[in-house]
Design a protein around this ligand. Structure first.
Ligand SMILES: [Zn+2]
Length: 124
């Protein structure tokens, strides 16, 4: 299964009942339909491989990007996951590494830190 990721723009506005409007806030778009440059911030969500025991892993979610950096980071995360080359065990390790790295440092691991399948490990 290929990793799918999406970026979306949200803000902190709430409706009359106190619920977050998230992407539904009308102020996020300008009258001409383009994204507002002053309201809200970019977020992304990326589906992650299953845990080693086969249970579902929460998607990788990050918020608060000022610009389309969110889309760039999604692509970087997808590239990291793609290093597994379809190897389930490696993809679990990479997903663990990404999750831990984002939680502790707020950044993705660099490709050199990512485990590789044994057949492609000539450089490690
Ligand atoms: Zn808003």
């Amino acid at each position: 299964m290929a990793a799918t990721g999406s970026t979306y723009r949200t803000c902190g506005c709430r409706d009359g009942a106190g619920r977050r409007l998230r992407a539904r806030c009308p102020k996020l778009r300008r009258a001409d339909g383009r994204w507002s440059t002053t309201h809200g911030s970019w977020n992304y969500q990326l589906e992650m491989p299953l845990h080693a025991d086969g249970t579902r892993r929460n998607p990788l979610r990050r918020s608060g990007f000022a610009t389309q950096d969110a889309a760039e980071e999604v692509n970087q995360a997808k590239e990291l996951l793609a290093i597994a080359g379809g190897d389930t065990e490696i993809s679990v390790q990479i997903a663990d590494l990404i999750t831990t790295s984002v939680r502790t440092t707020k950044t993705l691991p660099i490709p050199e830190e990512v485990p590789r399948a044994r057949s492609a490990s000539a450089t490690t």
